[in-house]
Design a protein around this ligand. Structure first.
Ligand code: GH3
Ligand code: MG
Ligand code: MG
Length: 434
């Protein structure tokens, strides 16, 4: 037997059906195995196309897939398709092929093989259909970031047509995510768990990508499958919640009328500052500011004017106690407490005097005051800088905080009795003072 004969025998007695088609997809050669697979003689195949042997819907489906392959003039493998045997029953074939070119480089057809995979093929086709039409975007990638398989939802997500997606790659479309997925591949190689990724996508959209390692039969990682879920609504809800919580937290520590800190925040912070001052051996001062004859102010000019006056005074106090650590608060009604961390008696007196003078210069008309303008009385107290001693340990921080407020208040009332529009400093508190 000559060489050609031996080759022909090899082709005809192979379990795969070997074929060739021209550029129009018409069979120009069919090996004898087609007789076993589809029941037709090889000669009967010549001039026909593969689609002549498929049910119409299948011809349409495979035609679409094959059209993209031919357009790219690329080889293909494992294309599963349903065919009708001459006796009417369905045969599922797995088709693979390579393009053939003439001397001028023009595509002149394809050569390939078909294999009967009816037992497994039907199930593969069904799974492929489920995969293709799943409402969740799905894709599989190789280890270089190229798409191996995608579904229609994935094409919609990427904004490319179903036929173009085969030429797209995730590493080009989502470079930042690809960096993270490369780490996932490395993790999968050492059997570590793969985390979900949250990805900011187009038009403010957020996606959750859930990767899963794909392994070869020998167990090596060959790529990833990724399911994509749109989590924009959840992300927006989380953002709103964060903003609402932030606003709530701000409101919880703010006085509505003046925008200063409220009493609650002052109490919390004073306790913290007392502990810090003791620990760091630093001075800590408190000023208590009260508006003089404010009831009369309201009575003569009305509550609205009273509110405006309180806001102006709040502004003055913020201007005078402007260190980041200073805490200016509305203590209640027309009383304000100012905590000055790291500030000794002299510094606190300077702040108090600056407030008193600024209020004076503001010259807010007060018809019911002998001074004719709004004034404030201020009590100042200081816990002098010193290291905590054994005796001081007996006074808890909360007690010291209360005492600071109490002594500042007492000094403020002393300023009232002394004629108002003035400052009285309480004797400095030293640990173990009583
Ligand atoms: P003194 O010089 O002794 O401090 O006299 P006073 O009138 O300022 O003191 P008093 O405690 O008798 O009155 C405080 C007034 O402050 C009573 C209240 O109407 C007024 N006040 C408290 N909170 C507000 C507020 O939010 N808005 C307005 N407009 N007035 C307030
Ligand atoms: Mg008052
Ligand atoms: Mg008062």
């Amino acid at each position: 037997m000559d060489e050609a004969g031996r080759l022909r025998e090899l082709l005809d007695h192979n379990t795969d059906w070997v074929w060739e088609v021209d550029a129009n997809g018409r069979y120009t050669y069919a090996s004898e195995m087609v007789q076993c697979l589809l029941g037709y003689a090889p000669e009967a195949m010549i001039g026909k196309t593969p689609f002549d042997f498929m049910p119409p819907a299948e011809a349409q489906r495979v035609g679409d897939a094959f059209g993209a392959i031919v357009a790219a003039q690329r080889s293909f493998s494992g294309l599963i398709n349903r065919n009708v045997h001459i006796d009417g029953h369905i045969v599922v074939l797995e088709t693979s092929g390579i393009p053939l070119f003439d001397e001028a480089g023009q595509l002149r057809g394809y050569r390939g093989i078909d294999r009967d995979v009816s037992a497994l093929g039907e199930r593969v086709l069904q799974l492929e259909a489920v995969h293709l039409h799943a409402p969740v975007a799905l894709c599989t990638l190789d280890c270089q970031g190229q798409f191996v398989m995608t579904n229609l939802a994935m094409a919609r997500l990427l904004g490319v047509s179903a036929s173009d997606i085969d030429n797209a790659s995730l590493c080009a479309l989502m470079p930042e995510l690809w960096e993270r997925l490369q780490l996932d591949i490395a993790h999968a190689q050492v059997d570590a768990a793969l985390p979900d990724h949250e990805v900011a996508w187009r038009n403010g959209c957020w996606l959750q990508a859930t990767p899963h390692a794909l392994r070869s039969a020998s167990g090596g990682v060959v790529g990833l499958s990724i399911a994509w879920i749109d989590i924009t609504a959840r992300k927006q809800a989380e953002d709103h919640l964060t903003q609402a919580n932030r606003l709530l937290a701000a409101h919880a520590r703010q006085d509505y009328l003046t925008g200063l800190y409220n009493r609650r925040y002052l109490d919390e912070q004073l306790a913290i500052e007392v502990a810090r001052a003791r620990r760091d051996a630093q001075s800590l001062s408190v000023c208590m500011v009260d508006v003089d004859y404010f009831k009369l102010y309201n009575d003569s000019l009305g509550h609205h004017a009273g509110d405006c006056c309180l806001r102006s005074l709040a502004g003055v106090m913020k201007e005078c106690a402007r260190r980041p650590s200073d805490i200016v608060s509305r203590f209640g009604g027309e009383e304000f407490a100012i905590v000055l961390p790291g500030t000794g008696a002299q510094g606190a007196l300077a702040v108090a005097e600056a407030i008193r003078l600024k209020v004076q210069r503001l010259a807010l008309e007060h018809p019911a005051s002998a001074m004719g303008r709004v004034s404030v009385s201020i009590g100042v107290v200081t816990r002098e800088a010193q290291k905590s001693s054994a005796s001081s340990a007996s006074i808890p921080d909360e007690q010291l905080a209360c005492d600071l407020l109490r002594h500042a208040d007492k000094a403020m009332y002393a300023a009232k009795h002394a004629g108002r529009d003035r400052i009285v400093c309480a004797p400095p508190l030293v640990d173990g003072y009583d």
